[in-house]
Design a protein around this ligand. Structure first.
Ligand code: FA5
Length: 353
């Protein structure tokens, strides 16, 4: 009887080994371990056996039953795992495929050159501890002019031809306009913080101007302001020099000359030697060899007062970088109108930057 049980076990294992379907395994289990299976037959036949036989054969049969059940469980787990792996393989994404797709097949977008340079300038100033502020395109007369020491009858208003919003029912003093410069951000920035502080504010500005190679009606500026105690022109020059050397990563020739802006005193024009013509004269620099890029100066006491700051205790500097012209100098673009022509052939040249 013992040999018969051993034989049964060997055959069971041989039959189980090649099975790969769960249902076949369960059928085999029912065939061998079920109530009408050979093991049950052996156990039933023990009723006429001696006590000794009943003990040895019964215990052998139970051991085999447990072993068979164990083999069945292992087999079922193996089948379940194989099924999961098969499903995973079917849904697998081959990430190495990315390398086999030609770059030319994908028409991915790119940043506009003005955004590229704006981000670079922001990073430079952030690394020097400046905050980056935002402003609104639509402003009121106070923030665009009056708080900047440009009252209604001041001739400096003519320097920035303004797009006004006509509101026939609105009060005269609340007249709205499209901001003509990012200096509006100075006014908001000052009133919202206490000195010492330093921030920049980039954005679009709007002027009702005739366009040419270096003038647009909608262009970009980046305002900067630092207020503290005992700020001098040499502090201002240090920051301007750092900005230009970081942006151009090479020696560029600049000149500082007196400039008039009602909101700074003294005021300066910082010009860059035209990188389009090398200073020989072209349409971008209007044949003078220099391009106006970075007007700046020491903040006028009236402006500090309008911002709620005591000019007896604090002073500071401000500047208004012409971002589009900086982009032109950096990439050698000989007409500002290329920047806003929405010509994708132009824009796509900056993909690698
Ligand atoms: C201003 O707008 C002053 N708010 C700048 C300033 C800020 C001065 C703080 C002092 C202190 P301006 O009008 O010069 O200044 O313009 C600043 C820069 O913007 C110019 O140097 C030039 O680079 C650029 N810019 C001016 N007009 C145009 C235009 N029509 N198209 C393109 N860029 C322009």
């Amino acid at each position: 009887m013992i040999e018969k049980l051993d034989e049964l076990f060997v055959i069971f294992k041989e039959k189980l080994a090649p099975l790969s379907e769960q249902s076949d395994v369960l059928n085999l289990k029912a065939e061998y371990l079920g109530k009408k299976g050979p093991i049950s037959d052996v156990l039933k036949s023990l009723k006429d056996a001696t006590n000794e036989e009943r003990k040895t054969i019964g215990s052998k049969a139970n051991i085999l039953k447990t072993e068979m059940q164990g083999l069945v469980n292992t087999k079922l787990q193996g089948i379940e795992l194989a099924t999961i792996n098969k499903k995973l393989d079917e849904n697998k994404i081959d990430i190495s495929m990315r390398n086999s797709i030609s770059v030319n097949d994908t028409n991915h977008g790119s940043f506009h050159p003005v955004n590229i340079i704006q981000r670079e300038v922001e990073d430079i100033f952030i690394s020097m501890g400046f905050e980056v502020l935002d402003g609104t395109h639509i402003e009121d007369e106070f923030h665009n002019f009056e708080a900047l020491n440009i009252p209604g009858d001041h001739p400096a208003r003519d320097m920035q031809d303004t797009f006004w919003f006509h509101d026939p029912h609105g009060p005269e003093e609340k007249k709205k306009l499209l901001r003509t410069h990012t200096s509006t951000i100075q006014v908001h920035g000052m009133t919202e913080r206490k000195p010492p502080f330093k921030f920049i504010g980039p954005g679009k500005v709007f002027r009702c101007e005739r366009t040419d190679a270096s003038h647009e009606m909608v262009f970009h500026q980046l305002e900067g302001m630092l207020v503290g105690e005992n700020i001098s022109v040499s502090n201002l020059i240090y920051f301007m020099k750092t900005l230009l050397s970081e942006i151009f990563k090479k020696e560029v020739e600049v000149r500082l000359r007196p400039g008039f802006f009602p909101f700074v005193e003294p005021g300066f024009e910082l010009d860059i030697k035209c990188l389009i013509c090398g200073g020989k004269g072209c349409s971008v620099c209007k044949q003078v060899g220099w391009v106006e890029l970075l007007p700046c100066g020491i903040v006028h006491p009236n402006v500090l007062k309008a911002g709620g700051i005591d000019p007896e205790q604090y002073n500071g500097f401000a500047f208004g970088l012409g971002l589009d012209r900086l982009v032109m100098m950096r990439y050698g673009i000989d007409d500002i109108r290329h920047l806003h022509g929405a010509d994708l052939r132009f824009n796509s040249q900056f993909k690698d930057y």
